[in-house]
Design a protein around this ligand. Structure first.
Ligand code: PM9
Length: 460
């Protein structure tokens, strides 16, 4: 076999394996009906290849497992906290580091400390839990992402960028004092894992600080963002991921992190900042919701695994293999003509349900149905990222109708092989050829908060 370019391989080998279970189509149809056509409500034992999320589904290394044995479980002043603090300071660069039980714990604290009721929060496309905490703290989220982000087939290399014109108009319209902060997610999960360029981050920082507005980074998948900068942005090809990540963070004042992604752990989060006043507020509030500032809802062993995971995550070969596996899967689909979000993102491949099920109107939940149908046909589990995830407008009570109606097929880190993605792609291509047989869904149960996790549907 001849290669047209040099192949790549994972910088690790497998030491422990977990058997997968296969089921029949009949079993899966009964299971998804039982789950109200919501893939979050399936029993994981009924799933064959689980691409629901890359959150907390990572395979830890032998180094991480061995660090867990030396975790210090002291209630206060744990040695494991000081190690985590040291590693986070080194790789993210913030002065104050506080663990939380997961990303939304950090978002809760930060939103409560930084938002006065009635203020606006700007950002590059919403993220579900982030916007929920901003709203619960009395804020109103305003999306200032560039228009290319809403076009699933635009090939713009940094579709996560902030539109500086939109942001500046917001500042003039509402007044800088009425903007609590700007939150920059990098890459942007809901847009398909699309990155933010260093140039844009620098400009956002300069514009915000000129108006006295703080910049908060959602650094949950920042290492993936750094990889895209290294690959795509002029001047960064010879810089290490470690250097790029630190420079990116240096343009922000604070950050929240769900450690369940980049940091190769199964649980954990972080809130970090440079300002002692903000840190004092966070430190005072953390004991109400998470625990002492030196454990924030985590065990000492979890903090050890996070610290070790971060050291591994910033290695250039580790992040390259992570993103290239996603790219491999995406290319199988793209080359077969399946409508996916391009460029292929950092953490998953996103099917464009508006184009896949182009006969279904958005209020019949095409992405929700596509995720369910994919499960029935193949045992592969993905998740809806469209009208259900977007929720309702607080003022009008109507659904938000997002431009992007997607099914996310998320790639857990170090868990599946290329062969699993060949199988998943095979079924998706088969389904695409029979796509016009699909019917839509009606929602029969809607929870008040973050409805996509627990809403239930029936077939029309
Ligand atoms: N992300 C994901 O699957 C898990 C929950 S939503 C299905 O993508 C960002 C960019 C995230 C994120 C979680 C959180 C919250 C914040 N920011 O889940 O609370 O992608 O650790 O983090 C999920 P936690």
């Amino acid at each position: 076999m001849a290669f047209d370019k040099k192949p790549w391989a994972e910088p690790y080998r497998i030491k422990v394996v977990e058997p997968l279970k296969t089921t029949t189509r009949e079993h899966r149809l009964a299971a998804i009906r039982n789950a109200g056509w919501n893939t979050f409500l399936l029993h994981a034992d009924d799933v064959y290849i689980d691409l629901l999320t890359d959150s907390g589904t990572n395979a830890m290394s032998d180094g991480q497992w061995s660090r867990m044995m030396v975790g210090d479980e002291a209630y206060a002043g744990s040695r494991s906290f000081y190690r985590l603090e040291e590693v986070c300071r080194k790789y993210y660069g913030y002065r104050y580091i506080m663990p939380t039980h997961q990303g939304r714990g950090a978002e809760n604290l930060l939103s409560k400390c930084m938002i006065r009721p009635g203020q606006y929060v700007a950002g590059n496309m919403y993220f579900t839990t982030t916007r929920q905490h901003q709203e619960l703290a009395g804020g109103t989220f305003v999306d200032v992402i560039i228009d290319e982000a809403n076009n699933s087939f635009s090939d713009y290399p940094f579709k996560g960028n902030i539109d500086l014109g939109k942001y500046e108009r917001l500042i003039h319209e509402k007044g800088a004092e009425n903007i609590a902060y700007i939150t920059v997610g990098a890459p942007v999960n809901m847009a398909g894992g699309q990155p933010v360029s260093m140039e844009n981050m620098r400009a956002v920082s300069e514009l915000s600080h000129r108006h006295g507005i703080k910049v908060v980074l959602d650094a949950t998948r920042n290492i993936e963002n750094a990889y895209f900068i290294q690959q795509r942005e002029a001047g960064y090809a010879d810089k290490s991921i470690e250097e790029i990540n630190r420079e990116f963070c240096s343009y922000s004042d604070a950050a929240t992190v769900s450690a369940k992604k980049d940091l190769y752990v199964n649980i954990g989060g972080l809130v970090m900042c440079n300002d002692s006043e903000l840190y004092d507020k966070l430190r005072s509030l953390v004991v109400v919701y998470e625990g002492m500032p030196t454990y924030g809802g985590l065990a000492g062993r979890d903090m050890e695994a996070m610290a070790e995971g971060l050291i591994e995550a910033v290695q250039d070969d580790m992040i390259a293999s992570r993103v290239r596996q996603v790219e491999y899967f995406g290319n199988l689909l793209h080359e077969a003509g399946i409508p996916i979000v391009t460029p292929i993102g950092g953490h998953g491949v996103f099917l464009d349900a508006k184009r896949f099920y182009d006969h279904l109107p958005q209020n019949e939940f095409p992405a929700q149905k596509l995720a369910g149908d994919l499960y029935v046909e193949s045992g592969v589990r993905g998740m809806e990222r469209g009208i259900v995830s977007a929720g309702r407008n607080k003022q009008t009570g109507d659904h938000y109708y997002p431009e992007l109606e997607l099914v996310r097929l998320t790639v857990p880190r170090r868990v599946y092989t290329q062969a699993h993605f060949d199988v998943a792609a095979y079924y998706i291509i088969e389904m695409y050829n029979n796509r016009h047989n699909a019917h839509g869904l009606r929602m029969v149960y809607e929870p008040e908060f973050l409805r996509f996790f627990q809403a239930r549907f029936e077939e029309i």
